[in-house]
Each structure stands twice: as structure tokens, then as C-alpha cells.
Design a protein around this ligand. Sequence first.
Ligand SMILES: *[C@@H]1O[C@H](CO)[C@@H](O)[C@H](O)[C@H]1NC(C)=O
Ligand SMILES: *[C@@H]1O[C@H](CO)[C@@H](O)[C@H](O)[C@H]1NC(C)=O
Ligand SMILES: *[C@@H]1O[C@H](CO)[C@@H](O)[C@H](O)[C@H]1NC(C)=O
Ligand SMILES: *[C@@H]1O[C@H](CO)[C@@H](O)[C@H](O)[C@H]1NC(C)=O
Ligand SMILES: *[C@@H]1O[C@H](CO)[C@@H](O)[C@H](O)[C@H]1NC(C)=O
Length: 459
Amino acid sequence: MVKTKSSDGIRVSIVLSVVFSTSIAVVLVLGFFSQKIEVFFRFDSGSRGESRVKIAELLAAAPGRDEFRAVISSEFPPRFNSSACTTMPAAARRANNELEQGVARARAAIRKAASITTNSSVITIKNNGDILSSKIYRNPRAFYRSYMEMERRFKIFVYEEGDLPLVHDGPCKDIYSSEGRFIHEMEHGTNRFRTRNAKAAHVYFLPFSVAWMVKYLYNPNTYELTPLKEFVSDYVRLISTKHPFWNRTQGADHFMLSCHDWGPRATQGNPFLYNTSIRVLCNANSSEGFNPQKDVSLPEIHLYGGSINPKLRLPPKPNIARPYLAFFAGGVQAQSGLSFSTIGKAMTMTFNGYEVASPRIVEAIYAECIPVILSDHYVLPFSDVLKWEAFSIQVELYDIPRLKEILMAVSEEKYVELKKGLRSVRRHFVLNQPVDRFDVFHMILHSVWLRRLNLRSVV
Ligand SMILES: *[C@@H]1O[C@H](CO)[C@@H](O)[C@H](O)[C@H]1NC(C)=O
Ligand SMILES: *[C@@H]1O[C@H](CO)[C@@H](O)[C@H](O)[C@H]1NC(C)=O
Ligand SMILES: *[C@@H]1O[C@H](CO)[C@@H](O)[C@H](O)[C@H]1NC(C)=O
Ligand SMILES: *[C@@H]1O[C@H](CO)[C@@H](O)[C@H](O)[C@H]1NC(C)=O
Ligand SMILES: *[C@@H]1O[C@H](CO)[C@@H](O)[C@H](O)[C@H]1NC(C)=O
């Protein structure tokens, strides 16, 4: 059953059919057609990789959706002899070399792990009972090695500049909670990644909250984002004059995080932040400047009143009766009203969820309800390590008229496999306090870590 609401508030239900005794969540995140991103790490060849990173550069890798490839496949000549180096004091250079050598060792370890080939598709890590299957992970060994290297080495410096509430805080309730929770964890959490020694850091975090900028700086209904951009611009100016780190890589080893729809626009306040830095964004719209080579897709998690919906906190009971084939959760942008005419007006109105990301995806995962993702421009969270096709169904937008047919064609076996997949990835989408290994906090960090690994220092 696809349930939608028309613009005048009348509920319209399109009954599909009752096939399985379980449901499938249809998550319509974005209504646009375009070619999928096929090439990762196409640095210097497209219009996007334009950023002029002088002392650091992204590794180029074989085309493919696997971000590990950059780490794994590229040749890695140490390049510690450029002229930029001479501006760095000897002690700083030594510290930096040590840091880079650590990163190089991590890369080598990951590459080695990835190169092991056996006929078995499942690896079992015996220490703690973790089972990582190649059905779910693009490269389970590479992921596990990379995760361990991250735990062992990764250090993040959090800038202390800036005042509350715009910096060092963020919303921990409702739809922007991914933003506040992450900032709070970095500022006050017990995780092992934060370092107070800026010289020992691999990446530098700019702990401002775009959601709070919208709350405190934005003049409602004006759609005027200049105050947000100015704030971001001032903040980058502040940290780049007070500290040497930004100028060293023009922001390539710096990251910001936002779950607000306007996160991407706010980062336009500084061209290098936009084009060079790692931006961790819920609004991961690849046709709006989101660059999966360097940016990270952040899952949107809706915390009602500050906590996960109690109904979703525990995995559902195994034999719960689910009478509907599918339910519709999500929105279509009103002005985007393209090509839904075939399925009737019912689908062209708006629910909520105007931007690419939608908390419905994570809710579907919590509820073990297979997400059906109808979106072309959305870069799915953690898609650099997870095979989304192992636990979701992706339907092209032009196939929406055939939605019923497509969902009905999913065999019982396939359905059982997808559910199994959901159960194994669930932990990667769960927010814990305190944080727990492999949970969403660590997965976000791992995405940042991967992008840092793929940054080659040519200092
Ligand atoms: C570093 O030195 C080597 C050999 O002296 C040279 O081939 C290479 O081009 C230099 N690299 C840079 C970035 O200057
Ligand atoms: C692994 O597969 C290859 C080819 O598929 C086969 O030749 C080889 O004998 C297999 N090895 C083992 C240990 O099963
Ligand atoms: C970084 O570069 C900017 C612009 O070129 C300059 O104003 C600033 O002083 C530099 N920062 C440091 C710490 O040298
Ligand atoms: C990012 O780079 C592109 C290509 O060089 C440029 O057109 C654009 O203005 C830059 N973005 C920002 C926000 O400066
Ligand atoms: C995604 O980006 C495209 C291109 O800029 C834009 O037209 C569209 O509105 C964006 N989609 C959403 C849902 O924001």
C-alpha cells in the first residue's frame, strides 16, 4: 500500500497488494534524474576536482565505486621534498613526517588486507565474534583493517575558537540531531579520537552548527543565507590566521559537519571549505556540489524529544505480522513535480523531506523494513564500504509507474536475504551514548578517515 497525502490534505491510498506478511518502506528522497556517479576519485579531470590543493592531493584511483581503491591500488611514492616544506620549522616538519609515515603504514596495511584472496566470501573475526560478510561489505577485509587502523591512529583536533551557541553546540533533538550529537561527542565525549595537541592531528574539526546558525542568524522567510555564509567565512579566517594548519593544505585536512538542508550553502562562505575540505552533510545531493571524492554523506536520524522512537529502539519481533507490501514515507518536492503524472496526482504533493536526505531511511533500517530508495542524486551514507543493494531496493525514478510490479517481483528468497542484510548493518546506524564500536559515530569518523587516507601529502 502506498499512502500519500494530496496538497489539500485528502489522504489518498494506492493499494498495491498484499504479498509478503512484512512491509517494505518506500523512501522517496529526491525527485530527479541524472546519471549515477560512476567514477570516484576523478581528481583533476572533471569540473569538480578543480580545487587547487597544493601541498596535499587526492589520490587518483581506478574508476569504480569503491573508495578503498585509492588506498589500495595506487602507487605511493613518498614525496617529502617540495618547496612548501621549507616554510615549515624543522621540528614541525619532523612531526608531520612522522604523522604521514603512520598514515602510509595504515595505507600499506589496508592494501595488504585487501589483496588477500580466498574463495570464502565470509570472513569471521574471531577476537570479538564480528562477522563481516562480502555480501554486505564491498571489501570486508579492507574495511576491518581500515577500521582497526583508525582506532589505533586517528587523531582529530577540534578548534576551540568561537562562542556558544553557534560553535561547540548543536541540536540533539528532532531531525537535525545527527549534527548536535556529533558535535557534542567530539567536544565532551569519551572517545579516543580527540587530541589537544594540534600538531599530532590528522584532521581538524570546525565545530560550528549550521542548524543553530539558521536558528540565530537567519531572518525567517527571507531565504537570505548571507549571514550564514559570512559567519562561516569569518570562522575560517579566524582559525587560518591563528593557526598554521589551514594554510598548510588549504583546508584539505579540515572537516565540518551539518545535517541542515542549508549546510552545503553555508559552506559557500569559503571557497576552499566548499571545494577542498571534507564536508560531512545530510544533504548529499551530488548535483549540488556534493563531491563524494572528498565529502561524506551523513545519515539523518530523527530523535523525537531527544531519543530514538522507543518503537524503533529494539529490533522488531521476528514474526510480527505486516499486512502491507509497502508504505510510502517521504516527500516529493512540490516544484519538482516531474514525471509523476503517470502514477497520478497522488504522488506529486509534499509530505515533508524536501531535501535529498530523509530520516525515513534510518527508521526503516531500525524497523527492519526494507528501504526502497527512489533517488538518483543522493549519495547513500557509508556507500564507500557498504553494499546498499544487499539491504535495500533502489528504483529509478522513471520506474515509479512500475513500482508495484518491481516490488512484487522481489522473490521470497531475495526478501529474506535483504532482511538479513538489514539486521547486519543496523548497528552502523545506531546512535549510542556512550559511543560504541562500529556505531554511527564511528562510521562517520571512518568515512572521514578514509578521505584523509586518500589525501596524499606532498610536503
Ligand atoms: C622529490 O625528489 C625526487 C628525487 O630527488 C624527484 O624525482 C621528485 O620529483 C621530487 N618531488 C617533488 C614533489 O619535488
Ligand atoms: C579457489 O577457486 C579457484 C578457481 O575458482 C580454484 O582453482 C581453487 O582450487 C579454489 N581454491 C580452494 C582452496 O578452494
Ligand atoms: C594564511 O593565509 C592567509 C591568507 O593568505 C593569511 O592572511 C594568514 O595570515 C595565513 N595564516 C598564517 C597562520 O600564516
Ligand atoms: C569551487 O570551484 C569551482 C570550480 O573552480 C568554482 O567555480 C566555484 O566558484 C568554487 N566554489 C566556491 C564556493 O567558491
Ligand atoms: C538537487 O540538486 C539539483 C541541482 O541543483 C536541484 O535542482 C534539486 O532541487 C536538488 N534536490 C533537492 C531535493 O534539493
